[in-house]
Structures are given as C-alpha cells and as structure tokens.
Design a protein around this ligand. Structure first.
Ligand code: 5AD
Ligand code: SF4
Length: 437
C-alpha cells in the first residue's frame, strides 16, 4: 500500500473556519490524505484564511513567505489557500504568490479534492447554486472530541458598513432542518455531548420543519435538544435584531441551551450605530438584554466592540463605555476599526490612529475588569463542567463550565467527555480552578 499523503491545515479566524477546515480534511481524507501537525512533512499545506480585519488578511502573505523554502526543497508540495481571503482576492493571490497552487473560496471547497488532483481550475471563488454540504462526506468528528461545531447558517444580509462578511461569505443561506438534525444525531452517536451551532447570523436561521411549517431558530434548538445523549447546545454569532421571542423563551425553558450568549453590539452610540448600519439603538439593545436576563437571569453575556469607527467622537466613545458599564459583560472582544476594501465605510475619513488606540485600550481595560469581576464572582459556586482534555500538569483535567469558562481540576479519575459538578475555588487570568464535588 502507498504511504498516505499528509495534509497540514492552518486555520485562521472564526469558529466557522475551524468547522470548514475539518470538513475539508474529511473531503481530502476520501482521496487518501491524513492530517499531520507537522508542516515540514506535509505533501499539501492548506491555509484557511480570514479577511475580517487587515491584520488577519496580512498573516496569509507572511505565512506564504515562510513556505517558500519548503516549496523550493519539495517542488511537489501543494499549497492551497481557502477561506475568506481566497474569496476576496482570488486570482490576485496566485499573481502575488506564484507558489500557491490552488485558491478556493468558502462556498466552493467541496471541489478541493478534484482541484488537488489537477481536475479543476486553479482558482475557484464562485457562489455555486448547489449546496456544498450535499457534496461533502458526512461530518465525522474524527477525533471524537466531546464538543463539536455544526454550521446551520452561512452568509449575511445585514451589510454593516465595516464588514466584509456579506461579500466573502455571500448572502444568508439556512441549511434545511433534516440535514442539520441528521448531522447533529451523527455527532452525538460518535460521542459528542456539546454542539455549537454556527452561522455568521445564526439566529437569523429559518427553515421548513417536517410539517412544511416555517421554523425559526428557537424551534431548531428545541428539536436538537430532543436528541438523547446530547447535553449542551450553544450558538454563535447573533445579531440583536434577530433575537426573537421564541429564542429568548428557549433560553428560559430549555435546560440544554447553555446560559451564555455572544451578542455583538459594536458601539454604544446611536450616531455610530446608525453610521454602521446596525439598525438598532443603544436603548433597543439594553431593553433586549433586560428581556434575555428576565428569561435566564444567570446568563453570561459577551459582545464585540469596534474602537475608532469613522466619525467616532469622544462622546460616542464615552457612550460605548457607558453601555459596557450598563450591561456588565462576562467577557468581550474589542477591535480597532480596520478599513476593508469594498465595504461602505472604507472610503470614510478615519479617526487618528493614536486616538483609536487609546480608546481601544480604555475599552479593553474596562472589559478586563468586568471579566475579572465575573470570574471572581464564580468562586464558591458549583458549576457543571464538561471535561475535554488533560491539562499541562500531571493529573490535571480541563473542561468548560456552562458559562464557557475554562475550568481546571486535579482529578485522575476523569475522562474527556465526563460532565461533572465542580466547586470553583480560584480564578486566574483566563480560567478558573476548582475541585470535584
Ligand atoms: N474592523 C474592525 N473590526 C471588525 N469587525 C468586523 N469587521 C471589522 C472591521 N472592519 C469585528 C466586529 C465583528 C467581529 C467578528 O469583528 O466587531 O463583530
Ligand atoms: Fe458582518 Fe455580523 Fe454585520 Fe453581518 S451582522 S455584516 S457578519 S458584523
């Protein structure tokens, strides 16, 4: 038998890219490729890229530069670029970096095996009418980790003025109910106990249920929750305007739906929210948070914020800090505004860099204080932890609490996949420590 060919994948960016990378690995697996963690021994290197901010996109080119000597030494080495930079820059990538053999966009990656065999084009960035999921081998979750991602929705129709997603991932598409349920059942049959439903605008998911009636996202969650053996459901990322009553209610009624919600608001200033085309005000968001907390009082909230969006004044920035104070986040991501080619805000006059930097720092300091306060508040509480892997120290196991905190315990009798109650005893920078009850 021939030695299997080795595939090295580097994934940049969001969780959907992590999911896409595993699906591409499975598709290439059908052609005899096995994954390797060692790039030096790879026959094919696949870079699954992110275009959300300039820094993320630049990483591709510096990594391609680093691959040059490997390709020089091993001319058969195939180098493929997938993901959102592939979609946005297409042909330009091979022009700028001739060592790249293949470029494939996020909606075409089911063609990657044929392209790698030399049976397809070198660059493929179409939005085909067919559904790539119909052409991919099933989600095998080969590692049988207790947690898995499942893409239920892709693309975005919201067109926030700063964001490339509607251009790189395309229009919103929801996968059909039956395929999602099948994939979820298959994952659970393979030992998965926690599923995170993914979509760029996941709570905008809708589809036809079995009786031909339109389902919204809350209904889908309830159907997935009926799968025996599945303990936890999460979802990301959501837009505030698609938080329907049904979904909010599910947070109160469905015990498998974890008390954690990532609900990006981006800014606390109505002027900036309008300039961003977010289509809601700060008060709309705060009222929504109130309703979500009424349904699930212990829910841990997280968000994304952008510092230095074009036109942002000191007052706008102060409004954002005020919103952060008012909500009280468990943790949150904040980014300096990065103009993205082709987006409506790209041509607008930027806030001076030093000002944006200072605002970002102020925001991050406040968010860090909130994260610390949330974690410190967990000390003495009992939480459920789904254990995923062993820690760095001998006998240590790491898992995630219902609130998505990383929790370490010293316990030799725990295995990956065990769900156990833990008393939190201390709080570190990005994790909690505890002991089994
Ligand atoms: N500049 C800075 N941050 C951005 N994000 C999206 N586009 C940009 C941009 N051009 C942030 C938003 C979004 C998160 C995934 O990335 O906060 O919610
Ligand atoms: Fe981008 Fe999210 Fe806005 Fe869609 S809703 S355009 S993905 S920031």
């Amino acid at each position: 038998m021939a030695e299997p060919k080795k595939l090295f994948i580097k994934t940049y960016g969001c969780q959907m890219n992590v999911y896409d990378s595993s699906r591409m690995a499975e598709a290439m697996g059908e052609d005899g490729y096995v994954l390797t963690e060692n790039q030096a021994e790879a026959d094919m290197v696949l870079l699954n890229t992110c275009h959300i901010r300039e820094k993320a996109a630049e990483k591709l080119y510096s990594d391609l530069g680093r691959l040059k000597p490997f390709k020089a030494e091993k001319p058969d080495l195939k180098i493929a670029v997938a993901g959102c930079v592939a979609q946005a820059e297409g042909e330009e990538i091979v022009n700028r970096m001739p060592l790249v053999d293949l470029v494939v966009g996020p909606q075409s990656y089911h063609h990657l095996p044929a392209m790698a065999r030399g049976e397809g084009p070198r660059v493929l960035t179409e939005f085909p009418a067919e559904d790539k999921f119909d052409h991919l081998p099933q989600n095998r979750a080969t590692r049988r980790a207790p947690t898995a991602f499942l893409t239920v929705q892709e693309g975005c129709d919201k067109f926030c003025a700063f964001c490339v997603v509607p251009y790189t991932r395309g229009a919103e598409v929801s996968r059909p109910v039956d395929r999602i349920l099948k994939e979820a059942r298959d994952l659970v049959a393979r030992g998965v106990r926690e599923i995170t439903l993914l979509g760029q605008n996941v709570n905008g998911w809708h589809g036809l249920g079995d009786s031909g009636r339109e389902w919204h996202f809350g209904r889908l969650i309830r159907a997935i929750a009926e799968i025996d053996g599945l303990d936890r459901i999460r979802y990301t990322t959501s837009h505030p305007n698609d938080m329907t009553d049904d979904l909010i209610e599910a947070h109160g009624a469905e015990p498998k739906l974890m008390p954690y919600l990532h609900l990006p608001v981006q800014s606390g200033s109505d002027r900036i929210l309008k300039a961003m085309n977010r289509r809601h005000t700060a008060v709309d968001y705060l009222r929504l948070i109130e309703r979500i907390r009424a349904a699930r009082p212990d829910i841990l909230l997280t968000s994304d914020f952008i510092a230095g969006f074009p036109g942002e004044t000191d007052q706008d920035h102060a409004d954002t800090l005020k919103l952060i104070e008012d909500v009280g986040y468990g943790t949150a991501f904040s980014f300096k505004y990065s103009p993205r080619p082709g987006t409506p805000a790209a041509g607008r006059e930027c806030v001076p860099d030093a000002v944006a930097d200072a605002r970002l720092q102020e925001m991050q300091a406040l968010l860090n204080r909130q994260q610390k306060a949330t974690q410190d508040g967990m000390i003495g509480q009992r939480v459920n932890v789904l254990f995923e892997k062993s820690g760095r120290e001998a006998g240590q196991m790491i898992g995630k609490s219902d609130y998505l905190h990383s929790v370490f315990v010293a316990a030799s009798d725990i295995q990956a996949g065990d769900l156990r109650e833990v008393e939190i005893t201390h709080s570190a920078t990005n994790s909690l420590g505890g002991r089994l009850i």
